[in-house]
Design a protein around this ligand. Structure first.
Ligand SMILES: N[C@@H](CCC(=O)N[C@@H](CS(=O)(=O)O)C(=O)NCC(=O)O)C(=O)O
Length: 217
C-alpha cells in the first residue's frame, strides 16, 4: 500500500512536499488525497484528528502514522532511502540547511501566509474566523525584507544553504509561490533572487508540481 499525502494541488506548503517527492523520485510511492481548504475541510473534526494544527500537507504512513509539518515530512522522505540529498549529509550541512529552511519560513513563507490570511479575504469568512489586517500588513513588509535577505545570500552562493540544492531552496520556492498567489512581486532590485527563482522553475520537480497528482492517462 502506498503512503497518503493529504494536500491541495496548488497550495504553497503542499508544493514543498510535491517538489521534495519529485526530487527523491518517490512520486509512485504516494497516493494524493485532496482536502478542499476553500470549503474548510481541513478544519473538520475528522481532519483535525489527522493533524491537530488543521493544516496541509499531512503524510499518512502505511502503518497509520500521521506526519504533519513540511520540514518533518521532508526529513522523513529524505531519510527513507538512506541517502539524504535534501536535508544534509553531514552534521554541518544538516545544521545549515535546517537553519536556512526555518529562516525561509520565519522571514518569508510564514510571513506571506499571515498576510494572506489576515490582510486579504484569505480562504473566506467561514474559514478566516479571526483576522487582524494590521498584523497581516506588518508580515507582508517582513516578507519583502526577507526577499532582500535571500537576494543577498544568493548573490554569494548558488543555492540558499550553500553549494547544492536542498530543502532550504524548496522552502524559499514555497515562499515565492505564495508571493505569486497574493500578487506580492519580488522587488526588481532583487536580481539574484529573481535569477535563482528562474533557475528553480526550470527543475522538473518545480515545473510539474501541480500536475503530478493528476491521474495518469
Ligand atoms: N507549518 C505548516 C504550515 C502549513 C500550512 O499553513 N498549510 C496551508 C496550506 S496552503 O496555504 O499552503 O495551501 C494551510 O493548511 N492553510 C489553511 C489554513 O491556514 O486555514 C507546515 O509547514 O506544514
Amino acid at each position: 500500500m502506498a503512503m497518503k499525502i493529504y494536500d491541495w494541488p496548488t497550495g504553497p506548503y503542499p508544493a514543498r512536499i510535491r517538489i521534495a517527492l519529485a526530487e527523491k523520485a518517490q512520486r509512485s510511492r504516494v497516493q494524493f488525497v485532496s482536502v478542499d481548504l476553500w470549503k474548510g475541510e481541513h478544519k473538520t473534526p475528522e481532519f483535525l484528528a489527522k493533524n491537530y494544527s488543521g493544516t496541509l500537507p499531512v503524510l499518512e504512513l502505511d502503518d497509520g502514522t500521521f506526519i504533519a509539518e513540511c520540514t518533518a515530512i521532508t526529513e522523513y522522505l529524505d531519510a527513507l532511502d538512506g541517502a539524504p540529498t535534501l536535508t544534509g549529509r553531514t552534521p554541518r550541512e544538516k545544521g545549515l540547511i535546517h537553519m536556512m529552511s526555518k529562516r525561509a519560513e520565519l522571514e518569508l513563507l510564514d510571513a506571506i501566509s499571515v498576510y494572506f490570511h489576515h490582510a486579504t479575504p484569505g480562504l473566506g469568512p467561514d474559514v478566516e474566523i479571526y483576522q487582524n489586517a494590521e498584523w497581516g500588513f506588518r508580515q507582508r513588509d517582513k516578507a519583502l525584507k526577507g526577499m532582500h535577505y535571500f537576494d543577498g545570500i544568493l548573490k554569494t552562493q548558488p543555492f540558499v544553504a550553500g553549494e547544492v540544492f536542498s530543502m532550504a531552496d524548496i522552502t524559499v520556492i514555497g515562499g515565492l509561490i505564495f508571493a505569486g498567489l497574493v500578487e506580492l512581486p519580488v522587488p526588481a532590485e532583487c536580481e539574484a533572487l529573481q535569477a535563482w527563482y528562474a533557475r528553480m522553475q526550470e527543475r522538473p520537480s518545480v515545473k510539474n508540481r501541480v500536475t503530478m497528482s493528476e491521474p495518469a492517462e
